[in-house]
Unconditional design. Structure first.
Length: 187
């Protein structure tokens, strides 16, 4: 990274300290994958924006299989989002308003299959999960970031850390893997 390196800003995130530009290279992707593997949550963020007040939030999101992201939307205030696959393989699942997973509308991001990114409008209920170790995404959405309003978590899904979360994720991932004709879960 040009001019600054990296600092840890929370137990789950680092931030680039670049002055003018940062380069996402193999070393950074591998470092974030290692950080995610070492994390109890199985994921780790690396921010490129300078702070929560930035009007464009840009980050790497590194995930390991079995890491649960509670289904959520970005609707208040409305925020669209884009995720671009940099390494690994990812399952993206949208949901109907009643919480039914839209497996037929799901997206498999996988380089060898020629699927690299998904862009979606504000208010779409969604989750995503790593299909293989070392999955890393570039994620972008509007800011500023307010932890109290950034995500509205689905009332029909267990929250992260809930005893039911792993079984809930396993059910969604198993349906996704069956739909896409993928091998079984590694976790």
């Amino acid at each position: 990274m040009s001019g600054g390196g990296t600092i840890r800003v929370s137990p789950a995130a680092t931030r680039s300290c670049h002055d003018t530009l940062a380069v996402v290279d193999g070393a950074l992707i591998e470092a974030k994958a290692r950080d995610a593997a070492a994390s109890a949550r199985g994921r780790e963020i690396h921010c490129f924006h300078t702070g929560n007040e930035d009007t464009l939030q840009r980050m790497l999101n590194a995930l390991q299989p079995g890491s649960y992201i509670t289904p959520h939307q970005h609707g208040r205030p409305p925020k669209a989002e884009s995720i671009v696959l940099l390494a690994g393989s990812l399952g993206f699942v949208p949901f109907a308003e009643d919480g039914t997973p839209d497996i037929a509308g799901s997206v498999l991001l996988d380089g060898p299959r020629g699927r690299y990114a998904v862009d979606f409008r504000a208010g779409l209920w969604h989750t995503f999960f790593a299909l293989e170790p070392g999955t890393v995404l570039f994620e972008v959405k509007p800011g500023p970031y307010d932890p109290d309003t950034d995500k509205q978590f689905a009332p029909w899904a267990p929250p992260e850390g809930d005893a039911r979360a792993a079984a809930y994720l396993a059910g969604i991932e198993d349906s996704f893997r069956a739909y896409w004709n993928l091998p079984g879960r590694p976790w």
